[in-house]
Design a protein around this ligand. Structure first.
Ligand SMILES: Cc1cc2nc3c(=O)[nH]c(=O)nc-3n(C[C@H](O)[C@H](O)[C@H](O)COP(=O)(O)OP(=O)(O)OC[C@H]3O[C@@H](n4cnc5c(N)ncnc54)[C@H](O)[C@@H]3O)c2cc1C
Length: 360
């Protein structure tokens, strides 16, 4: 005989089954927190599958101090989460799931078979074994705070949850599911949203010398940012790719991100004020005022839920108790090299451990 169930809220509803949502569900399983994952797309981890050209550079195996010093503006907010869930712990976690790993000389970590699907499957298996319900093809439409907990609304049903973790991602690559819903829910509940900018994206130039080289990749390039005052303020050695629109590749991406953060820090500055120097193919180039490609094509979103509205020691909203954030929905972003997935994982872990009321 089936006993009538008392109507009670689920302890945790995780909205978004990307990098942060899958990791959060894994930690919830470990901490024995009943949870449910609600994902807009048909499968979990659509964006993770695309990372590093399908190879998934899931972290950078460096010390937490080095990680934080590489990070830039998000370092202060992310410090507690990263110290509790440093790259070493993420590496150990995947090893304990039986995923063979490959370490590059600079510390970038990948699954040994070079397949992002291996990482997503590892999460999928963990959630299956932990009995975590996953509701896919199901965009959450809104979050309404109640006297106790929240009503999580979808087009077909509502769910009562004691705590909600918004892990809905940024606004880049919207076809992979991250369309800014979490930021909209947060804004409706009074959180400030820092305007979006593209992070880690190519820059446009019509320089015929570059366009002539479209399709060529230069592994040992070097790109620099020259400030409006003429000082070389940032340099990154790495790949430079010539594209039909201009330049891309890790060296260019990290310079573009540096420029974007500089613009954000000083609203009087414009792209036209910066020069990008690029050395590749035995030549030196200097481009003034390059425009980035749009945010929908970016690897990461700069901007999102304002960090002032979130407690970095718990990832809980300062405005709506019981509402938590993890990953790119927040105004956090890192350079290329596994930093952004690590941020998603570490903030997710911090959120779930604070819901569990235990240290990480
Ligand atoms: C092409 C590309 C390559 C990248 N390569 C790397 C790399 O090699 N290393 C690295 O560290 N980072 C990389 N990144 C960045 C990294 O993928 C992201 O920073 C990371 O996935 C962010 O995790 P997240 O969980 O916050 O968001 P996502 O992984 O985007 O997950 C958000 C999830 O929420 C779901 N969702 C959104 N709205 C709703 C809703 N209303 N209801 C239910 N579900 C919803 C989405 O469908 C999505 O599955 C790359 C990004 C791109 C685009």
């Amino acid at each position: 005989m089936v006993k009538a169930l008392k109507h009670s809220p689920v302890k945790l509803a995780i909205v978004g089954g990307g990098a942060a949502g899958m990791f959060a569900a894994a930690v919830a399983t470990e901490r024995k927190i009943p949870c449910v994952v609600i994902e807009r797309k048909a499968r979990l981890g659509s964006k993770v599958l695309m990372t590093a050209n399908g190879r998934c550079n899931f972290t950078k195996d460096v010390s937490p101090e080095r990680f934080l010093s590489d990070l830039g503006p998000a370092a202060e907010f992310a410090a507690a989460a990263i110290r509790e869930c440093p790259p070493r712990k993420i590496v150990a976690g995947f090893k304990s799931l039986g995923v063979p790993l490959k370490r590059m000389p600079d510390g970038r970590m990948f699954p040994a078979d070079g397949k992002a699907a291996t990482i997503v499957h590892a999460f999928g298996d963990l959630l299956r074994d932990g009995g975590v319900p996953v509701i896919s093809n199901c965009p959450v439409a809104g979050i309404q705070p109640q006297k106790t907990g929240f009503i999580v609304a979808t087009a077909n049903f509502t769910l009562w949850a004691e705590n909600v973790l918004l892990a809905t991602g940024g606004v880049s690559y919207p076809k992979l599911g991250s369309v800014g819903d979490g930021q909209r829910f947060a804004a409706a509940l009074g959180h400030r949203i820092v305007p979006y900018r593209p992070g880690l994206i190519g820059m446009e130039t019509r320089d015929p010398q570059v366009l002539r080289l479209a399709g060529r990749r230069f592994e040992d390039g070097c790109a620099r940012v020259v400030s409006p005052e003429g000082a070389r303020v940032f340099e990154y050695r790495g790949e430079i790719d010539c594209e039909p629109f201009g330049l891309s590749g890790a060296a260019v991406y990290n310079c573009q991100r540096f420029i974007e953060h500089s613009l954000r820090g000083n609203p009087r500055l414009r792209h036209a004020d910066f020069t990008l120097e690029a050395d590749f193919g035995g030549r030196h180039f200097a481009f003034k005022g390059l425009k980035p490609r749009p945010v929908k094509e970016a690897i990461v979103t700069i901007g999102g839920v304002a960090l002032e509205d979130v407690d970095p020691s718990t990832m809980e909203s300062r405005k709506t108790p019981g509402l938590y954030f993890a990953g790119e929905v927040l105004d956090i972003d890192g350079p290329t090299g596994g930093y952004n997935l690590t941020l998603a994982f570490a903030t997710a872990r911090r959120a779930v451990c604070s819901i569990a009321g235990s240290p990480a």
